[in-house]
Design a binder for this molecule. Structure first.
Ligand code: KIV
Length: 275
């Protein structure tokens, strides 16, 4: 960890604000980030919460899924992001198999994340199966954000990335899991790719904020994957996604123009030269 990581910075959004925002009916904005340049941009916005998601496996590493993401990769990226957002509420995603083996192993792994990155909290996927784990983390003063609905680390169990909680049994399971996570002390929970009505029911039922992605309009907050909302992947355009920019096109045009100017001997010009 760099010596700058844990320097005391003025506190913006804190753990206490999750409930405060929910009670006030103020929607929480969360976005993912993985590197310093984007962290610095996010730092100049009013975004409430920054997540170093294991989606870095998809959008940074180009993997098909998040399974291969390692604890060391999460630590590496979170520590980098922390330097760019010194006072934002920063959450690190626990990657696949970093919290599945035992409570002791999870505490060791989450402890590393907290000590080596300066994160304010961790996030993990799953419900009742992780009740003892979440309870132990919270008891160890490690704030936990839950994640229910589509849990991408379970892609091989789920058989894909379809909407979850559509039939009655699945709906009841997610509702019960949400209750259990609240009892275990989560500060908030992501609801991913579930029907809007289910997300609404859970949001109205639990005292901590729900953060939706593909979960409709009634969650207490929203999260989007940075590279997806900036339009950096032309091929990824699911129904739930709103792209706020077309960075793929803008970047492609700029890089092509640079190439053309080099080839056409238009760059560099005299003003770019040292004498
Ligand atoms: O990994 C991630 O980016 C996430 C968000 C989609 C919530 O888990």
């Amino acid at each position: 960890m760099s010596s700058t990581t844990n320097t005391a910075a003025p506190m913006g959004f804190t753990i206490n604000d999750f409930k405060k925002y929910k009670e006030a009916g103020t929607p929480i904005s969360m976005i993912t980030c993985y590197d310093f340049p984007f962290a610095k941009i996010i730092d100049q916005t009013d975004i409430d919460v920054v997540l170093v998601g294991d989606s870095l496996g998809n959008v940074i590493a180009g993997y098909q899924n998040t399974i291969a993401v390692t604890l060391d990769q999460i630590i590496y990226h979170t520590e980098i992001v922390r330097r760019g957002v010194p006072s934002k509420f920063l959450i690190a995603d626990m990657p696949f198999m970093s919290y599945h083996i035992s409570v002791e192993d999870t505490l060791r792994n989450a402890g590393r994340v907290m000590k080596e990155t300066g994160a304010n909290a961790i996030k993990l996927e799953g419900g009742r199966d992780f009740a003892a784990t979440v309870t132990a983390l919270v008891k160890a003063s490690i704030p936990v954000m839950g994640h229910l609905g589509l849990t991408p680390q379970s892609v091989h169990k789920l058989g894909g990335y379809s909407v979850q909680g559509k039939d009655e049994d699945a709906r009841k399971t997610i509702i019960e899991d949400a209750r259990i996570l609240v009892d275990c002390g989560v500060c908030s929970m992501v609801l991913e790719k579930v029907p809007e009505e289910l997300a609404k029911e859970i949001s109205e039922m639990i005292p901590v904020p729900t953060i939706g992605i593909g979960a409709g309009r009634y969650c207490d907050g929203q999260v989007l994957v940075l590279h997806e909302m900036l339009g950096m992947d032309e091929s990824f355009r699911p129904k739930f996604l709103k792209t706020y920019a077309s960075l793929f096109d803008i970047s492609k045009k700029a890089i092509q123009e640079y190439h053309d100017e080099v080839r056409g001997k238009k760059f560099p010009e005299e003003k770019h030269a040292y004498h």
